[in-house]
Design a protein around this ligand. Structure first.
Ligand SMILES: [Zn+2]
Length: 299
């Protein structure tokens, strides 16, 4: 009997949808943010992303995995589609571009293929600034996004690495998101930004990521989802309050850095903040350049 051999379809760098087009060379900043899952960038840089976007700068948030195991009740293709729709809604609120790469959640590895993919994305965005997680984290996908972004720092400038996409003549500035991990070294902020002006927008965006926060994501349960509409409203408020506390806490944690950039009085008055640390492998900006990349301190 003759067995038919199915054709093996090799997909290398597939994303779930066509990528956002490269931004025009119009003198505005071009920022690309990487997160492991469709919510990580929004959590870490949603505020500053909305602030850049409001000034006409070009911001793209990339989820490196499709989030397809990030729920206690559902998984696979339908969850990936749901999370992509959620993150598109959130990013529309923030005014930024979205891309979700079609890599399984929980299975990201720092391979050469993925290094090429991250390098291409940074080059295609003509990035001035690249944000990503530190490679010390409880979640393997977060760790490997950190490693992949570090691996792309510098390689984006090497002409014969990934020669299919023109290399960058200037190495971008690479920066890390904050986390709480202490070993081998704790996060040290190099810049802290008040997100008071966009905090409600940011909380609205996070509210749109229902599968993750309202429903609790991978560690959620049916008890989080009441059928009574009044209780549902309460649950939404509970999620919102929890996130507001997170950014209030960040303003306290990074108060010294806020004072450095805003001055003592204004710095102390900041209620909600995001902060970033310079990665040593990209371009090393001085304070003056940092203020150009984060053009928010004279306001
Ligand atoms: Zn994540």
């Amino acid at each position: 009997m003759k067995a038919s051999i199915p054709t093996l379809l090799v997909v290398t760098c597939a994303s779930l949808a066509l990528a956002a087009p490269a931004p025009p060379d119009d003198g505005k900043l071009r920022i690309i943010c990487f997160g492991a899952h469709p919510d990580d960038c929004e959590l870490q840089a949603g505020g500053v992303g909305a602030m850049w976007a409001a000034k006409g700068h070009h911001v793209k948030l990339v989820s490196v995995t499709n989030g397809d195991i990030g729920h206690w009740r559902e998984a696979g293709g339908p969850l990936a589609k749901r999370r992509k729709a959620e993150v598109e809604q959130a990013d529309a609120i923030l005014g930024v571009a979205t891309e979700v790469l079609d890599i399984h959640d929980g299975e990201l590895l720092p391979t050469i293929e993925n290094r090429r993919m991250i390098t291409r994305l940074i080059r295609e965005w003509h990035a001035d600034l690249v944000l990503g997680p530190r490679p010390n984290d409880y979640h393997p996908d977060h760790r490997y996004v950190g490693v992949l972004v570090q691996d792309a720092a510098y390689m984006v400038t090497v002409p014969f690495f990934c020669p299919d996409v023109p290399y960058l003549k200037n190495n971008p500035v690479f920066m890390y998101y904050p986390d709480q991990f202490q070993k081998p070294n704790p996060f040290q902020p190099d810049v802290a930004v008040s997100i008071d002006g966009v905090i409600s927008k940011k909380l609205d965006a996070l509210d749109a990521l229902e599968s993750q926060f309202y429903e609790g994501g991978a560690n959620g349960s049916p008890e989080l989802m009441p059928s009574d509409p009044a209780k549902q409203k309460e649950r939404h408020q509970q999620v919102r309050d929890g996130f507001e506390r997170r950014y209030l806490d960040q303003a306290k944690r990074f108060q010294a850095k806020l004072a450095e950039f805003y001055g003592n009085d204004k710095g102390k008055a900041v209620r909600h903040a995001e902060a970033f640390e310079i990665c040593e492998y990209g371009r090393r900006p001085n304070t003056e350049e940092l203020k150009k990349l984060f053009p928010f301190f004279g306001e």
